[in-house]
Design a protein around this ligand. Structure first.
Ligand SMILES: [Fe+2]
Length: 275
Protein backbone atom coordinates (compact mmCIF):
# COMPACT_ATOMS: atom_id res chain seq x y z
CA UNK A 1 0.00 0.00 0.00
CA UNK A 2 1.15 3.56 -0.66
CA UNK A 3 2.08 5.74 2.28
CA UNK A 4 -0.93 7.19 4.07
CA UNK A 5 -3.10 5.14 1.79
CA UNK A 6 -6.42 6.77 1.51
CA UNK A 7 -8.70 5.37 -1.15
CA UNK A 8 -6.89 4.65 -4.37
CA UNK A 9 -6.84 4.39 -7.35
CA UNK A 10 -6.31 8.06 -7.90
CA UNK A 11 -7.06 9.43 -11.37
CA UNK A 12 -5.89 12.60 -13.08
CA UNK A 13 -5.64 14.04 -16.58
CA UNK A 14 -2.41 14.97 -18.36
CA UNK A 15 -2.63 17.50 -21.19
CA UNK A 16 0.06 19.61 -22.84
CA UNK A 17 1.19 22.03 -25.55
CA UNK A 18 -1.97 23.96 -26.38
CA UNK A 19 -0.12 26.97 -27.90
CA UNK A 20 -3.16 29.23 -27.65
CA UNK A 21 -3.32 32.51 -29.55
CA UNK A 22 -4.63 35.75 -28.05
CA UNK A 23 -8.35 34.91 -28.39
CA UNK A 24 -10.46 31.76 -28.87
CA UNK A 25 -10.81 32.73 -32.56
CA UNK A 26 -7.06 33.07 -33.20
CA UNK A 27 -5.57 30.89 -35.90
CA UNK A 28 -1.99 29.59 -35.80
CA UNK A 29 -0.87 28.38 -39.22
CA UNK A 30 -4.60 28.14 -40.16
CA UNK A 31 -5.25 25.94 -37.10
CA UNK A 32 -7.50 26.97 -34.22
CA UNK A 33 -5.93 25.53 -31.04
CA UNK A 34 -8.66 26.99 -28.80
CA UNK A 35 -11.31 25.05 -30.73
CA UNK A 36 -9.24 21.87 -30.33
CA UNK A 37 -8.88 22.57 -26.61
CA UNK A 38 -12.63 23.19 -26.26
CA UNK A 39 -13.36 19.83 -27.94
CA UNK A 40 -10.84 18.19 -25.59
CA UNK A 41 -12.42 19.71 -22.49
CA UNK A 42 -15.86 18.54 -23.67
CA UNK A 43 -14.47 15.02 -24.18
CA UNK A 44 -12.99 15.10 -20.68
CA UNK A 45 -16.40 16.14 -19.32
CA UNK A 46 -17.94 13.07 -20.97
CA UNK A 47 -15.24 10.53 -20.00
CA UNK A 48 -13.39 11.74 -16.94
CA UNK A 49 -15.38 14.30 -14.99
CA UNK A 50 -14.60 12.53 -11.71
CA UNK A 51 -10.81 12.82 -12.09
CA UNK A 52 -9.00 14.40 -9.17
CA UNK A 53 -7.28 17.09 -11.20
CA UNK A 54 -5.88 18.14 -14.57
CA UNK A 55 -2.23 19.09 -15.15
CA UNK A 56 -1.02 20.98 -18.26
CA UNK A 57 2.75 20.58 -18.81
CA UNK A 58 3.68 23.71 -20.68
CA UNK A 59 3.41 25.76 -23.85
CA UNK A 60 -0.05 27.02 -22.96
CA UNK A 61 0.44 30.23 -24.96
CA UNK A 62 1.48 30.26 -28.59
CA UNK A 63 4.92 31.62 -27.70
CA UNK A 64 6.60 33.83 -25.12
CA UNK A 65 5.56 36.95 -27.10
CA UNK A 66 1.84 36.03 -26.92
CA UNK A 67 0.97 36.40 -23.23
CA UNK A 68 -2.66 37.09 -24.17
CA UNK A 69 -2.83 33.32 -24.64
CA UNK A 70 -3.14 33.05 -20.84
CA UNK A 71 -6.38 35.06 -20.90
CA UNK A 72 -7.54 32.84 -23.77
CA UNK A 73 -6.80 29.80 -21.57
CA UNK A 74 -8.79 31.36 -18.74
CA UNK A 75 -11.81 31.64 -21.08
CA UNK A 76 -11.53 28.20 -22.73
CA UNK A 77 -10.99 26.32 -19.45
CA UNK A 78 -13.41 28.55 -17.55
CA UNK A 79 -10.69 29.04 -14.93
CA UNK A 80 -11.85 30.45 -11.62
CA UNK A 81 -10.32 31.10 -8.24
CA UNK A 82 -7.00 32.44 -7.07
CA UNK A 83 -3.91 30.47 -6.16
CA UNK A 84 -0.16 30.69 -6.31
CA UNK A 85 1.71 28.60 -8.87
CA UNK A 86 1.26 25.81 -9.81
CA UNK A 87 -2.38 25.91 -8.66
CA UNK A 88 -4.91 24.64 -8.27
CA UNK A 89 -7.27 26.94 -10.06
CA UNK A 90 -10.73 25.54 -10.73
CA UNK A 91 -11.73 24.73 -14.31
CA UNK A 92 -15.46 25.09 -14.91
CA UNK A 93 -15.90 24.76 -18.70
CA UNK A 94 -18.31 22.06 -19.97
CA UNK A 95 -19.89 21.81 -16.54
CA UNK A 96 -16.69 20.54 -14.92
CA UNK A 97 -15.35 21.44 -11.51
CA UNK A 98 -11.80 20.20 -11.68
CA UNK A 99 -8.59 21.32 -9.99
CA UNK A 100 -6.22 22.76 -12.63
CA UNK A 101 -2.42 22.80 -12.29
CA UNK A 102 0.30 24.15 -14.57
CA UNK A 103 4.05 23.90 -15.19
CA UNK A 104 5.50 26.04 -18.04
CA UNK A 105 7.54 25.13 -21.12
CA UNK A 106 9.91 26.87 -23.50
CA UNK A 107 7.08 28.85 -25.18
CA UNK A 108 5.93 30.38 -21.89
CA UNK A 109 6.76 33.76 -20.43
CA UNK A 110 6.87 32.82 -16.75
CA UNK A 111 6.36 36.28 -15.27
CA UNK A 112 3.39 36.92 -17.58
CA UNK A 113 1.95 33.48 -16.81
CA UNK A 114 2.24 34.15 -13.09
CA UNK A 115 0.65 37.60 -13.24
CA UNK A 116 -2.16 36.69 -15.66
CA UNK A 117 -3.21 33.33 -14.20
CA UNK A 118 -1.84 33.03 -10.67
CA UNK A 119 -1.21 35.16 -7.61
CA UNK A 120 2.46 36.07 -7.82
CA UNK A 121 4.02 35.90 -4.38
CA UNK A 122 6.62 38.45 -3.40
CA UNK A 123 10.13 37.06 -3.40
CA UNK A 124 9.08 33.71 -4.86
CA UNK A 125 11.20 32.20 -7.65
CA UNK A 126 9.62 32.77 -11.08
CA UNK A 127 10.19 29.11 -11.91
CA UNK A 128 7.40 26.64 -11.17
CA UNK A 129 9.19 24.18 -8.88
CA UNK A 130 6.66 22.98 -6.33
CA UNK A 131 5.18 19.90 -4.68
CA UNK A 132 1.81 18.94 -3.29
CA UNK A 133 0.29 15.84 -1.71
CA UNK A 134 -2.92 14.10 -2.63
CA UNK A 135 -4.27 10.72 -1.56
CA UNK A 136 -0.90 9.35 -0.45
CA UNK A 137 0.96 10.48 -3.59
CA UNK A 138 3.33 13.43 -3.88
CA UNK A 139 3.19 15.45 -7.11
CA UNK A 140 6.15 17.57 -8.20
CA UNK A 141 6.36 20.22 -10.93
CA UNK A 142 9.90 20.48 -12.32
CA UNK A 143 10.68 23.66 -14.25
CA UNK A 144 14.15 24.05 -15.76
CA UNK A 145 13.28 27.64 -16.63
CA UNK A 146 13.98 27.76 -20.38
CA UNK A 147 11.98 30.64 -21.81
CA UNK A 148 11.75 31.65 -25.46
CA UNK A 149 14.30 29.06 -26.44
CA UNK A 150 14.31 25.37 -27.21
CA UNK A 151 17.51 24.96 -25.24
CA UNK A 152 17.38 23.99 -21.62
CA UNK A 153 19.97 23.15 -19.05
CA UNK A 154 20.05 21.45 -15.68
CA UNK A 155 20.48 24.67 -13.72
CA UNK A 156 22.47 23.80 -10.57
CA UNK A 157 20.01 25.30 -8.08
CA UNK A 158 17.05 23.47 -9.66
CA UNK A 159 19.01 20.23 -9.73
CA UNK A 160 19.89 20.67 -6.05
CA UNK A 161 16.25 21.45 -5.19
CA UNK A 162 15.13 18.29 -7.02
CA UNK A 163 17.80 16.22 -5.29
CA UNK A 164 16.56 17.45 -1.89
CA UNK A 165 12.95 16.72 -2.80
CA UNK A 166 13.74 13.20 -4.00
CA UNK A 167 15.46 12.31 -0.74
CA UNK A 168 11.94 12.01 0.66
CA UNK A 169 10.96 8.37 0.13
CA UNK A 170 7.35 8.83 -0.91
CA UNK A 171 5.65 7.74 -4.11
CA UNK A 172 6.21 10.75 -6.34
CA UNK A 173 4.95 11.75 -9.79
CA UNK A 174 7.01 14.36 -11.71
CA UNK A 175 5.43 16.79 -14.19
CA UNK A 176 7.84 18.64 -16.48
CA UNK A 177 7.90 20.10 -19.97
CA UNK A 178 10.99 18.71 -21.66
CA UNK A 179 11.43 14.94 -21.90
CA UNK A 180 14.00 13.74 -19.35
CA UNK A 181 15.06 11.09 -21.88
CA UNK A 182 16.16 10.98 -25.49
CA UNK A 183 13.25 10.05 -27.73
CA UNK A 184 15.29 9.15 -30.81
CA UNK A 185 14.43 12.21 -32.89
CA UNK A 186 17.41 14.45 -33.63
CA UNK A 187 15.70 17.84 -33.58
CA UNK A 188 14.18 17.07 -30.18
CA UNK A 189 17.14 15.27 -28.61
CA UNK A 190 19.72 17.92 -29.54
CA UNK A 191 18.07 20.30 -27.03
CA UNK A 192 18.53 18.02 -24.05
CA UNK A 193 21.39 18.81 -21.70
CA UNK A 194 24.68 17.03 -22.12
CA UNK A 195 24.49 15.83 -18.52
CA UNK A 196 21.06 14.24 -18.85
CA UNK A 197 22.38 11.04 -17.18
CA UNK A 198 22.72 13.01 -13.89
CA UNK A 199 19.00 13.65 -13.92
CA UNK A 200 18.19 10.09 -14.88
CA UNK A 201 20.42 8.71 -12.10
CA UNK A 202 18.72 10.95 -9.59
CA UNK A 203 15.26 9.83 -10.70
CA UNK A 204 16.08 6.13 -11.00
CA UNK A 205 17.45 6.05 -7.43
CA UNK A 206 14.37 7.79 -6.00
CA UNK A 207 10.82 6.75 -5.16
CA UNK A 208 9.43 8.38 -8.31
CA UNK A 209 6.68 6.20 -9.79
CA UNK A 210 6.15 8.07 -13.09
CA UNK A 211 7.20 11.13 -15.09
CA UNK A 212 4.91 13.07 -17.45
CA UNK A 213 6.22 15.53 -20.04
CA UNK A 214 5.22 17.61 -23.05
CA UNK A 215 7.32 19.35 -25.73
CA UNK A 216 7.43 16.52 -28.27
CA UNK A 217 3.86 17.20 -29.54
CA UNK A 218 3.65 13.43 -30.15
CA UNK A 219 2.87 10.72 -27.61
CA UNK A 220 5.85 8.76 -26.32
CA UNK A 221 6.48 6.08 -23.72
CA UNK A 222 9.97 5.57 -22.37
CA UNK A 223 11.56 4.38 -19.14
CA UNK A 224 14.24 5.55 -16.76
CA UNK A 225 15.19 2.22 -15.22
CA UNK A 226 11.84 0.79 -14.15
CA UNK A 227 10.12 4.17 -14.00
CA UNK A 228 7.66 4.93 -16.82
CA UNK A 229 8.05 8.22 -18.67
CA UNK A 230 4.93 9.36 -20.53
CA UNK A 231 4.85 12.07 -23.19
CA UNK A 232 1.45 13.16 -24.46
CA UNK A 233 0.56 14.55 -27.88
CA UNK A 234 -0.27 18.22 -28.24
CA UNK A 235 -3.56 20.05 -28.43
CA UNK A 236 -2.16 22.14 -31.27
CA UNK A 237 -0.80 20.77 -34.56
CA UNK A 238 2.33 18.60 -34.59
CA UNK A 239 5.64 18.89 -36.36
CA UNK A 240 6.42 16.09 -38.79
CA UNK A 241 9.13 14.05 -37.06
CA UNK A 242 11.15 13.56 -40.25
CA UNK A 243 10.69 17.08 -41.60
CA UNK A 244 9.92 19.43 -38.69
CA UNK A 245 9.27 22.34 -41.06
CA UNK A 246 6.06 20.50 -42.04
CA UNK A 247 2.98 20.56 -39.79
CA UNK A 248 0.53 17.73 -39.27
CA UNK A 249 -3.09 17.95 -38.22
CA UNK A 250 -4.02 15.15 -35.81
CA UNK A 251 -6.67 14.68 -33.13
CA UNK A 252 -5.68 16.39 -29.88
CA UNK A 253 -4.81 14.02 -27.05
CA UNK A 254 -4.88 13.67 -23.32
CA UNK A 255 -3.96 10.87 -20.95
CA UNK A 256 -6.37 9.64 -18.30
CA UNK A 257 -3.96 8.47 -15.61
CA UNK A 258 -4.66 6.00 -12.83
CA UNK A 259 -2.32 5.45 -9.88
CA UNK A 260 -3.06 1.99 -8.56
CA UNK A 261 -2.93 0.91 -4.94
CA UNK A 262 0.53 -0.67 -5.42
CA UNK A 263 1.96 2.47 -7.10
CA UNK A 264 1.60 1.17 -10.66
CA UNK A 265 0.66 3.92 -13.11
CA UNK A 266 -1.65 3.34 -16.06
CA UNK A 267 -1.90 6.19 -18.57
CA UNK A 268 -3.77 5.42 -21.81
CA UNK A 269 -3.91 8.10 -24.49
CA UNK A 270 -7.35 9.37 -25.49
CA UNK A 271 -7.74 10.86 -28.94
CA UNK A 272 -10.44 13.49 -29.17
CA UNK A 273 -12.90 12.46 -31.89
CA UNK A 274 -14.11 14.85 -34.55
CA UNK A 275 -11.03 17.11 -34.52
FE1 LIG B 1 5.16 22.97 -27.69
Amino acid sequence: MLAGSIPLPLTFIHITDSHLGPTPDSLVHYYNPAAALTATVEDIARRASDASFLIHTGDLARNSRTPEGYECARVVYGLQGRAGAPGPLTMTAAGLRLDWYYVPGNSDHRAQCLSRLFCPREGIDYRFNHTWQQDGVRFLTLDWGACGSDEYTLEPDVFDWLARQLRVREPTVIFTHHPPVHVGVEFIDRDTPADLPRLQDLISESSVIAVFHGHTHHAWENRIGDIPVFGTGSITFRENLSRPELREIAPPQYRLVTVQDDGAVDAPVHHVPGC
